[in-house]
Design a protein around this ligand. Sequence first.
Ligand code: PLP
Length: 410
Amino acid sequence: MSNKHFTLKGISSAAIHSGSQGFPESSHLSPIYATSTFTFDDADQGMRRFAGKEEGYIYSRWGNPTFTVAEKTIAALEAFNLKDKNGSPLQLKAMLHASGQAALSSLFLCNLKAGDKILSHFSLYGGTHELLHKVLHQSGIEPVIADLRDLNKAEEAMKNNAELRMVHIETPANPTIQCVDIEAVAKLAKKYNLIVSVDNTFATPYLQQPFKYDVDFVIHSTTKFLNGHGTAIGGVLLGRDIELMNTRMTKWHRLLGGNSNPFDAFLLTTGMKTLELRMERHCSNAFAVADFLCGHKAIAHVNYNGLSMHPDFATAQKQMKHPGAMLSFELKQGLEAGKKFIDSLQMCTRAVSLGTVDTLISHPASMSHFGVSREERLQFGITDGLIRMSTGIENIEDILADLDQSLEEL
Ligand SMILES: *Cc1c(COP(=O)(O)O)cnc(C)c1O
């Protein structure tokens, strides 16, 4: 091979090739390094590795070659075609975690301490909401909640909370598919010297690259669209301050112990190779579903950020390549209709989670939010007849036919 510099022009090429070079025994794909520890040739080598003077693996909670392949790939996707302040290709460091929740835990616990506050919004993934309001709260870190889609309210919260250290944005967010303007909120946050993190799980780097703006960290639940097939739980934390990532963030990650495992990392690497193809199909199917539902007599309302009537349509158009694969809709007839609709499905999968090749449909009022009081869930727009859908990549005529026959049953 020549060592000519060759820049990849397309993101699928990056997804397929970024992590995959130089495997032992001429292996085409990454081996699954199922090992807890790594050997040293002699005591001196052990010493050099511990001192950071020699590259090399030591112990799999600290790092593993199968993780590295996935980490390099995700970093390449999030940085794809982006430049740093000096105009050079943006460098990012990714740290693979056991789950999206583990990545969020590292992110928050490494950057916040007792007495600090963190600003976020109402519409958040359930686990993130509880992490902020239970775990962080109990550790003396106060969540401040504001509608970050309203820049006046966002700035007011930043101005009025001297202890604020960080802003955490999730966009698009569950289950109303609300979108926050990353560029605008990050700009405000920097005026007040705040750390900015974005949960990019719903969008993936194919649809949205938060590092284009003044964002410090991005997290993903790789369980969803990045893996794409629902084969493993996983998470990733990415940062642009490589020095910080290599020191304090690495230390915290190792000590908190939220490491991935080689088999799940391998499944993730395999899944990511088809990210662009899958996202294109996920999104075009979602668009067709939203269009179909909008005209249906049993439907009261459709939440999809690709519809011009969605309040965040303009924000989605600005920062996303396509509006995404997630949508929710409200049945006119409420709770019993919601259950009946779900029970009548013939092909679509009845399940929570999202981002798999099959269409996943859930009914928050009887499933994910069953334990939440009716009053509280109505406040967040989770009505009795709300159905959430992660649009899959099946043939669109079958998805539409399944929805149609289920709606006929009502
Ligand atoms: C699923 C999800 C998480 C949590 O990820 P896990 O992999 O389940 O731990 C966090 N944020 C968002 C937006 C999610 O969808």
